[in-house]
Design a binder for this molecule. Structure first.
Ligand code: GLN
Length: 272
């Protein structure tokens, strides 16, 4: 049996089939083409068939290959962490913009560590702290930090509980999908950790907890930036403004959806 034959047999998107085959054969996709008529071993055939079958059952490609690219960096992912999404790159962009030179930043609920590692990788001057309540997620995040040779202090914590000191910036991509949202029963989300996706309520619990807790951990003029759902920008902004945050704003992702909201806490030093 050859690569070419298996590819014809696969009942999934041909590009996805190629990604999975290259992963099983530990080669590049270009090499797949070069080797397409070579006979495969029984073991190789079984490995490929197993991956194709799992994909047919709906398992996300990132969990099958164990990696996903985010902010130009490759991240290890396991079913213990959310798969990094392209829209979350906006959170990193904004964080870079708001973080002062040699600033202190915390990523709350870091999961795979994608946001914290991307920040630490680009901003070598920053002091980066990342928290998660899940030991399994912290293991994955540690691996990603080591792999990209960045220094991050990881803390096992339920949001702010174990967090010490004041920060220039707090960022988070918390679970914000409402328990009743049908998307939880569709596509990749079915295989991702529930605790990273939903608050098991109306989707606002974690966002509210962070907005309420953040002032005690921010320096004067420090920023809080939160990723949220496609329909939550108004509700999130309202929470910021009713708690007297300043410069409250929402930013649109590449799809034109208000995806990140944030504000500044307290007096701003440089202003009169
Ligand atoms: N952005 C993800 C999705 O809608 C959810 C991420 C999250 O809950 N933080 O698929």
């Amino acid at each position: 049996m050859t690569i070419r034959y298996l590819l014809r047999l696969a009942q999934i998107d041909p590009l996805e089939a190629c990604i999975l085959m290259a992963h099983a054969l530990k080669c590049s996709r270009v090499q797949l083409v070069i080797r397409e008529n070579d006979a495969l071993s029984v073991e190789q055939i079984n490995d490929i068939k197993a991956l194709l079958n799992r994909r047919m059952q709906g398992e996300p490609i990132a969990y099958l290959t164990g990696e996903r690219e985010f902010y130009g960096l490759s991240f290890k992912v396991t079913p213990d962490v959310l798969i990094p999404r392209p829209e979350t790159e906006l959170l990193v962009e904004l964080a870079m913009e708001k973080l002062p030179q040699a600033g202190r930043v915390a990523d709350l609920g870091t999961g795979s560590g994608a946001v914290a590692v991307a920040l630490a990788h680009t901003r070598r001057d920053a002091q980066v702290i990342a928290t998660d309540i899940s030991d399994e997620a912290l293991t994955v995040a540690h691996h990603n930090a080591d792999h990209h040779e960045v220094k991050i202090q990881f803390i096992r914590s339920n949001w702010f509980e174990m967090l010490d000191g004041l920060f220039d910036l707090l960022v988070s991509n918390p679970p914000y999908i409402a328990a009743s949202d049908v998307h939880l029963l569709q596509g990749d989300l079915r295989f991702e950790p529930c605790s990273a996706l939903t608050d098991h309520a109306n989707g606002m619990t974690a966002l509210s907890t962070i907005i309420e807790g953040a002032p005690a951990h921010l320096k004067s003029g420090g920023w809080l930036l939160l990723e949220h759902g496609y329909d939550q920008a108004t509700a999130v902004r309202d929470q910021f403004t009713s708690a007297s945050w300043r410069d409250v704003h929402s930013w649109k992702d590449l799809a034109g959806i208000e995806r990140i909201s944030g504000g500044r806490w307290g007096a701003i030093m440089s202003e009169k």
